[in-house]
Design a protein around this ligand. Structure first.
Ligand SMILES: C[S@@+](CC[C@H](N)C(=O)[O-])C[C@H]1O[C@@H](n2cnc3c(N)ncnc32)[C@H](O)[C@@H]1O
Length: 239
């Protein structure tokens, strides 16, 4: 999956090209596009672990979700670009990191100072229990989920696996968000999208799609942002 390529800071294009072509996983057109992508270059310059950082940056510049002092869960966090952005934006003017970031992925993630990382599959009860234990009964202000299954190429199966992940993230939000909290999830604009929007509208007061510029036009990837749990969904969730 092209999106799974990790930027190696400092690796030159020739070295990168040789590495990925050597693995015969990527075609030339994809590779050329990747290497001339301005977001890839900017990510390298700014030390982000992937170009995906700019998706969260653009959404947050508009929606102001992240600030020092909040508690955040970052689902599907590896390689860690969103966690890097969260950490930057939760650092106050004096340079002190304020708040809590708990990141989770089924793949390992290189450590980021201040980010607590849990390794495991979000679909497994034992992993969910570890995440809940880490929260220690505290509600969270923000849940971001960039989780995406490895695509099999069978559209119906891939869509079903993606909607399972989103459904789980939504359920987690209902149980663990503060009443005025927000959930941002990656989804695919295709079959099942309008049903997903309906589900979000059952749970949140405000539901908006977001397609940041860093998300390629030809990709069905989009993001849904839900803000403020509806009364019934937030019963027992203080602000
Ligand atoms: C697009 S990447 C996330 C990129 C990340 N937001 C960043 O900025 O670096 C999607 C991630 O979702 C993870 N993922 C997919 N299914 C998962 C699951 N069931 N549980 C936990 N993580 C999952 C993958 O391992 C992958 O690292």
């Amino acid at each position: 999956m092209p999106g799974a390529v990790r930027i190696v800071a400092g690796a030159g294009n020739a070295q990168f090209r040789q590495g990925v072509m050597g693995k015969k996983k990527f075609n030339k057109a994809w590779l050329d596009r990747h290497l001339s992508d301005p977001y890839v270059k900017q990510a390298q310059q700014r030390g982000y672990r992937s170009r995906g950082a700019f998706k969260l940056i653009e959404i947050d510049d508009r929606d102001q979700l992240v600030r020092p002092g909040i508690r955040v869960v970052d689902l599907g966090s590896t390689p860690g670009a969103w966690s890097q952005v969260l950490r930057e934006r939760m650092t106050d003017r004096s340079g002190a990191f304020q708040g809590r970031i708990i990141a989770l992925d089924l793949l390992p993630m290189e450590p980021i100072p201040g980010v607590e990382f849990l390794l495991g599959d979000f679909r497994e009860a034992e992993v969910l229990a570890r995440l809940e234990q880490a929260l220690d009964g505290h509600r969270v202000d923000l849940i971001v989920s960039d989780m995406a299954p490895n695509l099999s190429g069978v559209a119906a199966a891939d869509a079903a696996r993606m909607s399972d992940l989103i459904e789980l993230a939504l359920d987690f939000a209902v149980h663990h968000l503060k009443a005025d909290g927000s959930l941002l999830v990656k989804c695919f604009h295709g079959s099942g999208y309008s049903q997903l929007v309906r589900r979000f509208k059952e749970v949140f007061e405000q539901v908006e799609p977001r397609k940041p510029k860093a998300s390629r036009d030809e990709s069905a990837e989009t993001y849904l942002l839900g803000r403020r749990l509806k009364g019934a969904a937030s019963a027992g969730n203080p602000s």
